[in-house]
Structures are given as C-alpha cells and as structure tokens.
Design a protein around this ligand. Structure first.
Ligand SMILES: C[S@@+](CC[C@H](N)C(=O)[O-])C[C@H]1O[C@@H](n2cnc3c(N)ncnc32)[C@H](O)[C@@H]1O
Ligand code: SF4
Length: 461
C-alpha cells in the first residue's frame, strides 16, 4: 500500500460540489514521480543533457526576474527588493547565461514555441534592458516563427516607454497582475495603483492592438465580497482583454498576509466554500459573455490568445530556464537555478550556471504529465494517456461522477465546473493511484468494496 490512503480521494456526495466536494485543495507537487540526482552528479548530468539532441516535443523557455517594488501581502512568489544596481546588471547577466549554452545541441537543436519572462516583476527592468533581453532571447534561442513571447508585469512602474520597448523587441503577449480592481482591497494588499489608474493603463495597453493582453484575477482576497467580485468580473469583461486567469487565493504560510491574519491585523481571506462559489460564478459570467475556457483557470475572449506557455508546461514540455530562481526541464531532467541573485550573479560572472537541485523523471512521468495536462484542460482520455489498469479506477470515477465532479463515469473524464475547481485533487488522486501501477508494481487500488465504504464515511461526515 506504500502509505497510500484512498479515503483522501473521495468526494462528498450530496452537497454543492464546487463549494464542498473536498475539505481542502490538494496540490500536485511539481516533482511528483521524480527522483533527486546526487549533488556531485548534477554538473555531469547537465553537460550530457546539453550535448544531446532534444526530443521532438514542443519546447519552452522561461526567464525569471526575481525583483519586486514591494512584497504584496498575498504573494508567495516574492524574492528580492528591486534595487537599482541589481536591476541594471540583470539583463546582461541573463544574456551571459544564455551565451553559456546557446550553441549546445540540447538548446539549439529544436524550436522553442513559447517564451515567458516571469517573476517577480520583469516590468521592473528599465525599457532598454527589457528590449535588450528580449532581442537576446530571439537571437540566441531557436524560436519558432509563431513563438508566443509573454512579458509578465504589474501596472506600477510599467510605462508607455517600456510597453513600446517590449513590443518593438518582439513581445506579443502581456500578462498583467490585476488581482482585483477594487482600490481599497488592492491597497490593503500593498497594490498602490487605484482602480481608475489601473483601468486607464489597461485600456491604453489594449488599444495599441499589438499584443495579446491577459489579466490575472485573484478570488478570495480579504475584503473581496461577492459584490466586489462581481464588479471585478464586469470590469474585466468591459475592458475586453484577450484572456484572463481566475486564481483561487492560497494563503501560504510565511507570506505577510498569513502573518497579518494570524496577528489579527487583517480580515481573513474568504473561506474555500466561498472561493468555489465565486469561481463558478466567474465561469458562468465569462461563458455568458462569449468567452471560452481553455484550461481550468484560463479563459480566452479572442482567437489571438493561445495560453501556449501555460498549457505546454502542464504537458511536461521541455523548458530552458534562465535567471536567479528559475526552474526548467530538459529531457528527463528537471532543474532549479540558484535563487539568491548575488550568488547566481557571481556564478554566471565566473562562467558557470549555478544549478542547485536536479531531479530525474521516473518511468511513470509521461503518464503523470498526461493526467495533469488532460485534467488541466477539463478532458482526460485515460486510454490515450496510457493509464494502465483503467478498470481498477472505475469505482473512483463513478464516485466522482456521483459527487458532481465528472459529467459521466468515464473512461474519458469530462470535468464539470466543480471538477475543474477541484482538479488538482483529482490529479493528485490519479497520480497517487497510478504511478505504482505504471512502474509495474501492484496498484494500491483495493476494489469497489473499499471505495464504497470510504465513500459512505465521507458522505456522512
Ligand atoms: C508570479 S506572480 C507575478 C505577478 C506580478 N509580479 C504582479 O505583481 O502582478 C503571478 C500571479 O500569481 C498569482 N498569485 C500570487 N500569489 C498568489 C497566491 N498566494 N495565491 C494564488 N495566486 C497567487 C497572482 O495572480 C499573480 O498575478
Ligand atoms: S504579486 Fe508580483 S509584485 Fe507583488 S510580490 Fe508577488 S511577484 Fe512581486
């Protein structure tokens, strides 16, 4: 059984599934099914990966810019303050990092289909630095002609000069962290821009008509009542961006928001039941306005929006990574780059890429990736994903169907809106169940009887 607890995977039957199918959302850890490479072998394994021709799958590149003007209370991604000296040096260092490997077969040997400049806050870099970095990426990496090139940013310190610099250097998509349009809720989280300033900026960006514009909206911020959420949705729809992400707020331990709530200095974040119901309302409202859902969190209004990077990363595509704190994958290896900007910079100046951790995919990785990717898009064909011993999970699928998470009992899983909201719980369950079966060991599933008794316990809980 390997410590596996099937009871964790049963949904509540009889409630409102989007609000209470599970007591908590369960993440799928990014390293699931991968085993660590010993520290002394990381260098040689990396060399070997760079020397090998890439497999023919779609590939990505990610550049991390770890600087932010301030630490927004809710954020679990904050790393470093935006000090001018660090910002000024950063683009040159990333370009030096690109140069270390640009001519190696593992990098140059196959096209890259999507590039993401993420953070932190890439738009904290000066206009000229953003342009230099984007041009270097285009010249040093084998970008496909239809490559999606996204710059992530926030409105603070993002001005027309930087927008032009990014567009002229080839960016074709901006992902803007809006979070909420409500000035009071924003300011409480450390977002200084008011609703009016934000709307003006977004209208001007959209009206250039030169790139896809997508927003991030958070669900569940303290003070984000149902009325605030409805106004957020209406404002988003009125602004007519190309796409939007609806993210359920996680109050990560260690974030300023977590500390503030613990100390009684902040109102609590919304309970999960409310977040689920806000999500369902968001899906319904966007669909009614003619948008289409292209992943569990992502919605597109126009044909220009593809959300390519985010979809491909979920499919387990190779991702060439650059910058302090970036993570990537090449062939069977996943790797993390030194997160401390000073240590990272020292290593790059010394001519080496500072990899601090590496993992190797196990035999179940392809099945795992197919499960995560299928569920992310709301449709998982178990046979096409090469999930072994499908008949052994039929009772689980029937239980999820009864709970309102699946449109029917399989074998092609089609997620309801509730199923989409809880998709990481479903992915985690399938990954936990199926990885041992995929390696040839016996599956932990015990059959229908165990499922029904556990289901009964959960239903009556
Ligand atoms: C890596 S952050 C960078 C965003 C950008 N720097 C900004 O400030 O708008 C990308 C997105 O992650 C989301 N995010 C950050 N903290 C989160 C949390 N605690 N729970 C859920 N989503 C979160 C936000 O919507 C944010 O826009
Ligand atoms: S939300 Fe953006 S700007 Fe704020 S701390 Fe997180 S990454 Fe930095």
């Amino acid at each position: 059984m390997g410590g596996f607890d099937p009871g964790l995977h049963f949904a509540r039957v009889g409630g409102d599934p989007v609000r209470d199918a599970f007591p908590a959302r369960r993440p799928v850890p990014p390293w699931n099914g991968r085993s660590p490479v010993a520290a002394e072998e990381i260098g040689s394994r990396w060399e070997r990966a760079l020397s090998s021709a890439p497999t023919a799958r779609k590939r990505l590149a990610y550049v991390h810019v770890p600087f932010c003007a301030n630490h927004c209370l809710f954020c679990g991604f904050y790393r470093s303050p935006a000090r001018p000296e660090a910002l000024d040096a950063y683009a040159s260092l990333v370009i030096a990092e690109l140069d270390l490997e640009a001519s190696r077969p593992g990098v140059s040997g196959a096209p890259v289909h999507a590039v993401y400049l993420g953070g932190g806050t890439p738009t904290a870099l000066a206009a000229g630095e953003l342009a230099r970095l984007l041009r270097a990426l285009r010249h040093r990496l084998p970008l496909a002609p239809d490559c999606e090139i996204t710059v992530e940013g926030r409105v603070l310190h993002f001005d027309p000069e930087k927008i032009d610099a990014c567009l002229d250097a080839g960016a074709n998509r901006f992902s803007i962290g809006v979070q909420t349009f409500d000035t009071a809720v924003r300011r409480h989280q450390g977002r200084r821009t008011s609703r009016e300033e934000l709307v003006r900026f977004l209208e001007a960006l959209r009206d250039r008509e030169r790139a896809a514009i997508v927003f991030d909206l958070l669900i569940g911020l303290p003070g984000q009542t149902r009325d605030v959420w409805r106004r957020d949705l209406e404002t988003c729809i009125e602004l007519e961006p190309d796409g939007v992400d609806l993210y359920a707020l996680n109050v990560f331990p260690g974030t300023p928001l977590h500390r503030a709530i613990e100390a009684g200095k902040s109102e609590a974040a919304s309970p999960l039941v409310e977040i689920g119901s806000f999500y369902a309302e968001g899906v319904e409202r966007l669909m009614a306005a003619g948008w289409r859902q292209i992943s569990n969190s992502h919605f597109a209004r126009t044909t220009r929006e593809r959300n390519l990077y985010n979809l491909l990363i979920k499919q387990g595509a190779d991702c060439l990574a650059y910058g302090a704190g970036a993570g990537g994958s090449l062939g069977r290896l996943s790797y993390s780059i030194e997160p401390d900007p000073e240590r990272w910079a020292a290593a790059i100046e010394g001519g080496s890429k500072p990899l601090v951790a590496m993992r190797e995919a196990g035999p179940a990785q392809a099945v795992h990736d197919a499960i995560v990717a299928g569920l992310e898009q709301g449709r998982l064909d178990l046979a096409r994903a090469r999930v072994p011993e499908i008949e052994r999970i039929e009772p689980l699928l029937a239980q999820w169907h009864a709970a309102g998470l699946l449109e029917d009992g399989g074998p092609v899983l089609r997620l309801t809106t509730a199923g989409r909201f809880w998709s990481t719980n479903l992915a985690r369950a399938l990954a936990d169940f199926l990885a041992p079966a995929a390696t040839g060991a016996s599956s932990p599933l015990r059959g229908a009887q165990a499922f029904s008794s556990l289901a009964t316990q959960r239903t009556s809980a």
